[in-house]
Design a protein around this ligand. Structure first.
Ligand SMILES: Cc1ncc(COP(=O)(O)O)c(C=O)c1O
Length: 437
């Protein structure tokens, strides 16, 4: 990848600033690269730029959940270590919440593991299951953490692109991003250990259909693959679309780990509470890894997440939250419609991919070096952030180098922001009209 910073100059006798060589594993998986989050961070953009780039909310978790956090902080036990499996109250709440959805009576002792965000849970699965050189298939565009998490654990990412909507489709939805099952099959080698299926998908918003998941499941069964079902956006599915859990397909429970996140469910991304649900054969080794990595997850916020799950039903929380997100989505979509720009209407998650290939920026615009070395989408998103005052994330970042050109047509706009912010962004975006080809 371009912009790989070399932080490790050859040691010299007089220079004591880099005495100790760091591990070569940092060289893989873009771990040292100047990543898109740094390039497009608030610090590098105009002070009043509206941030629709990063995928975290600009609103607080519900008060009744932060009240539960406060209560936990004022109680002795939750200020101390939890069981590495997670606090029993949260595991019980997860059991009540997920058992009906997974059509089984989940065992809190062996089938549920609380983790430090979904991310650490996923990392622990890689640690627990990958041998050096094992291959992990991921669909592109992919959530960027997968890559270093796989390579740090000796794995090798193998990329299978989701195919973008055909040009003839005037109003594409995320369902128009498709998988080619034969292409997926061809990606499997004797080294393939695992496949990651992210539904609802970041950044496409795709909610995989039952038939797509059945095709993936058949390949997993045929080649004995572990399936990581990254379902952190499971509570954000729109337009009556059904969220199908691959773990529920025939035979798939035994080879699937389902990943969830309190960060996404309760607008609390900084709490770092996530969970894994899987059979004992997957949870047990993952627990061994997770215990060594973090020992346990922060305790008070596990209590608060438990309270969220316990009360969600009586408060109609997820239904209401879904409606609020649908309204947020509509504000941005209306803005893009008014500009006549094509975008992918997401059926899930909280991102919209805008086709920015028609944004006509001056070639001599003062782009920083970090942007110049990258795809056209980096320049388009930089230009929009600086001239229009709305930031987004260039989508080629979510592809391997070979396939980056597919992502270059898109900017990712996150709508996990309050409606006032989104309306202000929509208003600003009208000024983009004069820069369209
Ligand atoms: C697809 C996907 N998986 C996992 C995560 C990580 O979730 P957490 O914040 O709970 O670690 C994210 C966060 O953005 C994500 O988009």
């Amino acid at each position: 990848m371009a912009n790989q910073t070399d932080l490790q100059p050859a040691p010299s006798k007089s220079d004591r600033s880099n005495l100790i060589p760091f591990s070569s594993r940092l060289r893989d998986g873009r771990a040292l690269a100047l990543d898109v989050w740094t390039i497009f961070s608030a610090a590098n953009l105009p002070a009043d730029c509206i941030n629709l780039g990063q995928g975290y909310m600009n609103f607080a978790p519900p008060k009744w959940i932060t009240d539960a956090a406060e209560e936990a902080l004022n109680t002795v036990a939750p200020n101390h270590y939890s069981h590495p499996r997670g606090r029993i109250r949260l595991r019980e709440a997860l059991k009540v919440f997920y058992s009906p959805q997974l059509n089984r009576d989940l065992d809190v002792e062996s089938e549920i593991l609380v983790t430090s965000g979904a991310n650490e849970g996923q990392y622990s699965v890689f640690t627990a299951f990958l041998e050096n050189g094992d291959e992990v298939i991921m669909f592109e565009p992919f959530f960027d953490q997968y890559l270093p998490s796989v390579t740090f654990n000796g794995g090798r990412p193998v990329y299978v692109p989701l195919h973008p909507p055909k040009d003839t489709i005037t109003h594409p939805t995320s369902n128009d991003w498709t998988i080619d099952v034969e292409e997926l099959r061809r990606a499997v080698t004797p080294k393939t250990k695992m496949i990651i299926v992210n539904t609802p998908h970041n950044p496409v918003g795709k909610v995989f259909t039952k038939s797509e998941l059945e095709s993936i499941a058949a390949i997993a069964e045929e080649f004995n693959l572990l399936v990581m079902a990254d379902e952190v956006y499971d509570c954000l599915v729109f337009d009556g679309k059904e969220h199908v859990r691959i773990a529920n397909l025939p035979g798939m429970w035994d080879r699937t780990v389902t990943v969830g996140s309190a960060g996404k469910s309760f607008a609390a991304t900084g709490w770092r509470i996530g969970w894994l649900i899987a059979p004992k054969s997957i949870i047990q080794p993952t627990l061994a890894a997770s215990t060594r990595i973090v020992f346990c997850t922060n305790s008070p916020l596990q209590e608060a997440a438990a309270s969220g799950l316990e009360q969600a039903k009586e408060r109609n929380f997820f239904e209401t939250q879904n409606e609020e997100y649908a309204e947020r989505r509509a504000i941005l979509c209306d803005a893009f419609d008014k500009l006549g720009l094509k975008y992918t209407l997401p059926e899930g998650s909280y991102f919209i991919l805008l086709d920015i290939s028609g944004v006509d920026f001056p070639l001599d615009y003062p782009f920083p070096e970090s942007v110049l070395g990258r795809g056209r989408d980096f320049r388009a998103c930089w230009f929009i952030a600086n001239e229009i005052g709305v930031s987004s994330i260039p989508v080629s970042e979510f592809y391997c180098e070979e396939h980056a050109n597919i992502g270059e047509a898109y900017g990712r706009f996150a709508f996990c922001k309050d409606t006032d912010t989104l309306r202000a962004a929509a208003e600003r975006l009208t000024a983009l009209k004069k820069y369209l080809k």
